[in-house]
Design a protein around this ligand. Structure first.
Ligand code: BMA
Length: 792
């Protein structure tokens, strides 16, 4: 028997200068101070810089609650997450102190509880003070940022990153409550399920009685029972012919309810039957024996203040990944272990999860207290996440092996520890012991053995950052990687997001937060020969967003065309934690950037890409892709100049290359022609020259916006060719969304966009600059109402 009671009410927050600020638990100092009107919103304008003092301050959370004896032998205070350096006191008596945001804690408190009013106090020391003290004691360690994040077990990016603000916070960030129990309680349930239908259910109990206990486990009508004399047991269940769990695109996601009972206490959790393997050299993931080409995205914490990340928000964000064709999410090591909701949703959606242990971009000390803390957190989360079929891989860290090998850390370390013992010894032992059903990889990038250069395209995973930092994005095509776990290109957030986050009047490119070194210059330099130079804010916004979309799509398409030698791409990055110009496809307010729409095309099951006189046909579906590949060379006014048809058969999960026939391979005039390739539903329009070198006519279109249920139907018919036609309805209503972007039309062709909005919008505004845009707009065109292309 047990009972649980949350302690989420009546909290206040105080510090040296503040007293009795109402506090939300779970939550954190920043959100409490914001709600109380003590600080401005850290995400707006330059407010981040006004708030640096918060991370240096000490903070006290305090509440009272009434209690009366509930007949149980034991009552524990259960803290699911404390951020980070905490001392807990109940009725004036110390319960202990903690210093690891990534762990949960349990304190027996029965002897301290009083009938009537009780007072619980959680005092947080400064994360900076703690980290700086450890640094002084253990010696400096190099890292990518000048912040002491490797000296404290706390979400690294809370100290700022090249897309995130420095908002070092503190607080009770996950639920807290009292759990009462008698005789025994289920302390841990760790089910390991396999595709052959076996489930090993590992159970740990805490007990006060020495009498034997009965433990049962049940799934899909199969049951096992165990007489428990000790404190742990493993029960094995065999489900005959289970339905297998598959990543999306490979099959269904059947989930089974597993129930584990200890007396009247019950633990339930959903499991799935599947095997996952990693072939190390090729870095090829296989589920149930079937190799999976990973169409991935990197995941960062969705908010700097994680208590705000609700299940609904996770569902929306992961839904956006799914809708873009993604089949794997990599939880990046500068964040944390995500909530149960995250992995539950991934199980349901068929999204594989690659989980980094939380270490990123720094040399980490292995001395105490860190060794014990790391072991404790790893044990907790490897056990907690074991039941999730979506979890496919544990990875030791982000870029620390590369940093040590290639970024000059060794000289600076002077033989001090840097984390190797974690990644090559401690963490793999924990995974092997607690969850041998899953592969472990020491870090990313990594080539499979400690002596090899970590970022070698020929082995394991690589991260490609010379593009963005230095090179034109076409350089992606110089790589023949086995697996790209990070590559990306920046673009600004949606207009409405920028408008909300900045009070600048008018907006300029510098109105957007930008954390990357030389980020603004790199954005412009990255336009290269691909797009015209922007002269206004509106052009800057559209063209840099478009360039981001094209750059990442270029990489994805190239890497997918290398299948099966390359078996995965993980785009940096799906999401943002605040409004910022970054590598994300979805911005900090959850709005999709043009990159998202480009990604949906580049990650479709079936992809056509034209490059270097070749069409690559990528068929990452279970059915063959057959038909007539039509290749038509058009003049810019739309007239066909040459046409070739090639019969193609692309086997399931395969790539076929077709050399462009001579008549369409070379244009008569690269500045005046386009190539359209079409197979079935899939169509791509390619230019023979970079856009600025093509003699596009000034855009002209006929457009109408019709009120329909839930929004507007916008129909655009091209009078001239329209290059990368894009609708930005958020400029009229911040909540409005459009179902497609970046559509190239030939004269006479039409596109229909569905805009969802609750508001009445001006149809004329919906079909004119700067809401409706394309690359070749510019010179005014004549025409009556409802035609456009002219800039206002
Ligand atoms: C990689 C990531 C992040 C970073 C990104 C963009 O290094 O692991 O650290 O945000 O590149 O620079």
């Amino acid at each position: 028997m047990s009972s649980y009671r949350p302690l989420h009410d009546g909290w206040t927050l105080s510090s040296r200068d503040l007293d009795g600020v109402p506090a939300t638990v779970p939550g954190c100092v920043h959100t409490d101070l914001l709600a109380a009107g003590v600080i401005p919103d850290p995400y707006l304008d330059g407010n981040e810089h006004l708030l640096a003092w918060i991370g240096r301050e000490e903070w006290t959370y305090r509440t009272t609650f009434t209690w009366s004896p509930d007949g149980h032998e034991r009552t524990d205070l259960v803290c699911e997450g404390l951020d980070t350096v905490a001392e807990l006191t109940l009725n004036g008596v110390s319960l202990g102190s903690t210093a690891n945001q990534h762990r949960s804690y349990r304190f027996p408190v029965r002897h301290l509880l009083r009938e009537g009013v009780n007072e619980l106090v959680v005092h947080f020391g400064s994360a900076y003070a703690y980290a700086e003290e450890r640094r002084a004691a253990l010696g400096e360690r190099p890292g990518a940022y000048d912040e002491p994040y490797q000296f404290i077990r706390k979400t690294a990016c809370n100290f700022g990153w090249d897309w995130g603000p420095n908002v070092v916070t503190a607080g009770i960030w996950r639920p807290i409550g009292l759990e009462s129990w008698s005789r025994a309680r289920l302390a841990e349930v760790r089910p390991l399920a396999r595709a052959d239908g076996t489930v090993e259910v590992h159970v740990r109990v805490e007990r006060t009685t020495e009498e034997p206990l009965t433990l049962t486990a049940e799934v899909a009508g199969t049951r096992a029972e165990h007489r428990l004399d000790g404190r742990s047991a493993a029960l094995t269940l065999r489900v005959p012919e289970p339905e297998l769990w598959w990543p999306r695109g490979y099959g269904a996601q059947p989930l089974y309810d597993l129930a584990v009972r200890l007396g009247a206490q019950e633990w339930t959790g959903r499991i799935g039957f599947r095997d996952v393997e990693l072939e190390p050299e090729a870095f090829r993931l296989a589920v149930n024996g079937v190799p999976v080409f990973v169409r991935g995205v990197n995941w960062i914490p969705d908010d700097c203040f994680p208590a705000r990340v609700t299940r609904d928000r996770l569902a929306a964000r992961l839904g956006q990944a799914v809708d873009a064709g993604v089949n794997l999410v990599r939880v990046w090591g500068g964040g944390t272990y995500e909530s149960d909701d995250f992995y539950d949703l991934a199980d349901e959606l068929g999204l594989l999860v690659w989980q980094d242990f939380p270490f990123a971009c720094a040399a980490y000390p292995e001395e105490e207290p860190f060794r014990s803390e790391v072991e404790a957190e790893a044990r907790e989360h490897v056990a907690r996440l074991a039941r999730h079929p979506s979890l496919a891989l544990w990875c030791g860290n982000n870029e620390n092996l590369e940093g040590h090998a290639d970024w000059g850390w060794q000289e600076r370390l002077e033989h001090r520890s840097w984390g190797a013992g974690f990644y090559h010894d401690l963490l793999p032992s924990v995974v092997a012991e607690l969850d041998p059903s899953r592969p472990y990889w020491p870090g990313s990038p990594y080539s499979g053995a400690p002596g090899l250069p970590p970022n070698d395209p020929a082995r394991g995973t690589i991260h490609i950052w010379d593009v963005w930092n230095r090179e034109d994005y076409t350089r992606y095509a110089a790589y023949r990687p086995r697996f790209v776990a990070e590559f990306g290109f920046q673009g600004p957030p949606a207009y409405a997001t920028l408008r909300r986050a900045s009070s600048d009047e008018p907006l300029t490119p510098d109105s957007s937060h930008q954390k990357a070194i030389d980020g603004q210059d790199k954005l412009l330099r990255g336009l290269g020969e691909h797009l015209p130079r922007p002269e206004t804010f509106d052009d800057w916004h559209y063209l840099t967003q478009l360039n981001q979309a094209r750059a990442v799509a270029f990489g994805v398409e190239w890497f997918r065309s290398l299948m099966p030698s390359c078996m995965g791409t993980i785009v940096w990055q799906l999401n943002d934690c605040w409004p910022v110009t970054s590598w994300s496809a979805v911005d900090g307010d959850g709005r999709r950037k043009p990159l998202w729409y480009a990604l949906r095309r580049a990650y479709a099951d079936r992809l056509l890409t034209v490059r270097d006189g070749q069409v690559s046909l990528v068929n990452d579906s279970a059915e063959p892709w057959t038909g007539e590949l039509a290749l038509v060379r058009h003049g810019l006014t739309g007239e066909p100049l040459a046409k070739e048809v090639v019969s193609v058969h692309v086997a399931p999960r395969a790539v076929t290359r077709v050399a462009l026939p001579r008549a369409v391979a070379a244009p008569g005039d690269p500045a005046g022609e386009l190539l359209v390739a079409r197979l079935g539903e899939t169509r791509v329009v390619a230019c023979y020259a970079e856009d600025p070198a093509v003699a596009f006519p000034p855009a002209a279109w006929e457009a109408s916006a019709e009120r329909v249920d839930g929004g507007y139907r916008v129909t655009v018919t091209a009078v001239t060719v329209l290059r990368e036609l894009t609708l930005f309805p958020d400029r009229l209503d911040p909540d409005a969304e459009v179902d497609d972007q970046l559509v190239t039309l030939l004269p006479g062709e039409s596109a229909v966009f569905h805009v969802t909005t609750a508001r009445d919008l001006d149809p004329a505004a919906l079909t004119a600059f700067p809401v409706l845009r394309c690359v070749n707009e510019g010179a005014p065109v004549s025409g009556g109402s409802g035609s456009g292309g002219a800039r206002g």
